[in-house]
Design a protein around this ligand. Sequence first.
Ligand code: ZN
Length: 273
Amino acid sequence: MKKKLLLTAVVLVVIVVTLFLLADRATAPTRESSEQTEQGSSEPAEIIEQSPDELGFDMNKYSIEEPGSIWWIVNRERPLPEGYVPPDLTVPDVRLRLNASAEQMQFRQIALPALKEMFVAAQADGVELVFGSGYRSEALQRQFYESYVARDGQAAADRYSARPGTSEHQTGLAVDVTSPNLACHLEICFENTPQGQWVADNAHIYGFIIRYLEGKENITGYQYEPWHLRYVGKELAAELHQTGQTMEEFFNVVAYRPRVLAMARLGSCSCCC
Ligand SMILES: [Zn+2]
């Protein structure tokens, strides 16, 4: 009887040990492969730590040279082609500062959905934005500029007004936003109004950037304009907002000649950049 029990116990031990060894062999490759998986998964983790540029921001997705491109860079050194008129000017369906028939109350159709989306989002946050000035033809800019020259002289006018053919407003992609009561309209203190604060925090979400940033006068050639928004599309707006860069810095292009910069520092470009 004892022998039978002993034999049974031995057989059971042998079976258990055999099963254990088989199981161990079977799991061994699994363990290896799981380690491989872990090693493999460490690569995406490294990529996440890289900057968005390294992740593949396509700097050439749109042209910065081609008239009409949403990334087109216009500044004192990069004038528009003579007499350029955007192909798709439309009166936006948002609150306007002037009568809808006024030339300045137009914007490019291509940017209208984003503009509307931004105005609606601001309103949902309790902030009423007003479309202060959008497209300006070369002729209108000339009219402004020449009136300033007549009043203050050319040197003085150059300190605060863009010369005809160099204003970003002529692209139809730039807009000066304001508030219903025109508080701090075209003044630096606009940044402290609910409208100014809202666009600083949110405009990039809708594809707009504050084009002339504070402390970047040396780069853009223009003083800080918290009201002047430029449509560049959501991708680039997010990138510029995140990095705090101007278009000139991001694309490494020149914005001014030193003598123009000296003048820009002196004057306030308060209405006609
Ligand atoms: Zn402007």
